[in-house]
Design a protein around this ligand. Structure first.
Ligand SMILES: Cc1cc2nc3c(=O)[nH]c(=O)nc-3n(C[C@H](O)[C@@H](O)[C@H](O)COP(=O)(O)OP(=O)(O)OC[C@H]3O[C@@H](n4cnc5c(N)ncnc54)[C@H](O)[C@@H]3O)c2cc1C
Length: 463
């Protein structure tokens, strides 16, 4: 076969390492990323002209960030790099893209390596639709990319490692953090310690974050039950009301909330590529199936990084490399013997740690069942928990896509990225069914909105 044409989607740690592996083997891959600059989420770069150092921006991860950025920059002459380009569909052996210039292209591939990363996993709270409520990731992006805080007095609410990381980044940047409110009980973190010990460095970083927040005098509570994010349409968020683990109710005044419960893989492109999915009870999510070497269930499609399973940035580098090596091997190109085995072993360690994180920061399932009827679940379409429950009870819709069709939950701009998992929990609780029987919202093209004029343009050949 002539040199295979390989497309890598995503230029985060997984995509960068996948592309680097291909380039080292003499392939010139197409690398597509929606972002203006490569780096992905954790190593998100500031726009040109901003001058904060890697150390100021990435703290303990500065060295790795610099390495990823320099590796990518050095690789640009050897790849077909398409920044600010959204892959909005995959079909017929082609990825369909729209670029910042509005141009629409379809790119055929022999091999496709999906390194699409993650988004926040969010459990709704009554009042989270008030202006000033951001996901944790968005709160971090504001700080990392633009040096802006989301408010002048911020409460962080939810669970997961990002809760503490972003709060500490805000403190370090001089922002006023009113409280860190963790829905996970302290006992969960203690029970998870044996698994978390699989990555002692990461565990230590987590401990240091908590110590830094304590030293900064930030109020921190575990095992909280959110009651409401208070506010009004005129002024936005004004406070967060919660029940503490000891049963006492408390209000924390604030003008912004950063909220999230760890992450979910960004799987819509894998879905459009017709990859098989399997339910993972540890995280209560449907994830694309991949074998130990990164192959998806569809020949020629490979999965790397958090887009397949949330295992963190270091694992993303390893699994991106592994996916590319596997693709090379499948195309009959030579690869170093033993390399894949080393990567598989490393990924197994990250996997154990990730299971520890899932145990330490459980998704607050009971919160979905207890959501008041007027609490919004789908912010894009303003669908409340009551609307969704009515559809379940009045129409018998107990499958996620059916409930979507009848209620419009997950039908807006985010295509269910932010509400899909919570909506499934609301349906499962109302119908008294196990969550896996509700299924998952199917990915649909376009995965993100594209302009009508763009979609209507005739197909143009790849540049
Ligand atoms: C908002 C956010 C902040 C995070 N911050 C941290 C942190 O500070 N520390 C930490 O340890 N972990 C953080 N994480 C976890 C983080 O995702 C890492 O585990 C790591 O970045 C994963 O690497 P990756 O290459 O798999 O994905 P990412 O780094 O997420 O890269 C995926 C890339 O794919 C691109 N992409 C996705 N879909 C498409 C599409 N349809 N078309 C074109 N391009 C697409 C995205 O633009 C992105 O650049 C964060 C996650 C999120 C969602």
């Amino acid at each position: 076969m002539a040199q295979p044409s390989i497309v890598v989607v995503g230029a985060g740690p997984a995509g960068v390492r996948a592309a680097q592996t291909l380039v080292a083997a003499g392939i010139r891959p197409v690398v597509i990323d929606e972002g203006r600059r490569a780096g992905g989420q954790i190593y998100r770069r500031q726009p040109e002209g901003f001058t904060r150092s890697h150390e100021a921006l990435y703290g303990t991860e500065a060295k790795r960030a610099r390495d990823i950025h320099q590796t990518f920059d050095a690789m640009i002459p050897h790849i077909d790099y398409r920044p600010e380009t959204l892959v909005w569909h995959i079909s017929g052996g082609q990825v369909w893209t729209v670029g910042a210039d509005g141009a629409h292209r379809s790119i055929p591939y022999d091999g496709l390596i999906l390194c699409t990363g993650a988004t926040d996993r969010v459990m709704p709270v009554k009042g989270w639709n008030h202006a000033g409520t951001y996901s944790l990731g968005a709160a971090q992006i504001a700080l990392k990319a633009q040096a802006c805080a989301i408010g002048s007095k911020v409460v962080f609410l939810g669970s997961g490692p990002l809760l503490y990381l972003v709060a500490q980044q805000y403190v370090k940047a001089g922002a006023n953090v009113a409280a860190v409110l963790n829905t996970a009980p302290a006992s969960a973190r203690i029970a998870a310690l044996p698994r978390l010990a699989a990555q002692p460095g990461a565990l230590w970083n987590g401990v240091m974050l908590t110590i830094a927040l304590k030293r900064a005098g930030v109020a921190m509570h575990h095992g909280v039950t959110p009651i409401e994010i208070e506010g009004d349409a005129q002024n936005g968020v004004s406070a967060v009301a919660v029940r503490l683990a000891n049963g006492r109710e408390m209000r924390f005044d604030c003008d912004a909330v950063g909220m999230g419960h760890h992450l979910r893989p960004e799987t819509q492109l894998a879905d459009l590529a017709r990859c098989e999915f399997a339910f993972d009870p540890a995280v209560r999510q449907w994830l694309p199936v991949r074998d130990a070497d990164g192959r998806a269930s569809v020949p020629g499609v490979y999965l790397g990084g958090d887009g397949a399973r949330i295992l963190g940035a270091r694992s993303a580098e390893a699994s991106g490399t592994l996916a590319a090596l596997t693709a090379l091997g499948d195309f009959g190109l030579p690869i170093v013997a033993g390399e894949r085995q080393k990567l598989r072993r490393a990924i197994a360690g990250y996997d154990r740690f990730a299971k520890g994180l899932a145990q330490a920061f459980p998704w607050p399932v009971a919160q979905a069942a207890a959501l008041p009827g007027d609490a919004i679940v789908c912010r894009c379409e303003s669908i409340s928990a009551g609307d969704l429950r009515a559809v379940v009870n009045e129409t018998g819709a107990r499958e996620a896509n059916r409930a979507k069709a009848l209620s419009r939950v997950g039908m807006g701009r985010c295509q269910g990225r932010y509400c899909g998992l919570a909506a499934a929990e609301v349906i499962a609780a109302e119908a008294g069914m196990p969550i896996e029987t509700v299924g998952r919202l199917r990915g649909a093209a376009p995965v993100k909105p594209v302009a009508f004029c763009t979609a209507n343009e005739p197909e143009a050949p790849a540049a």
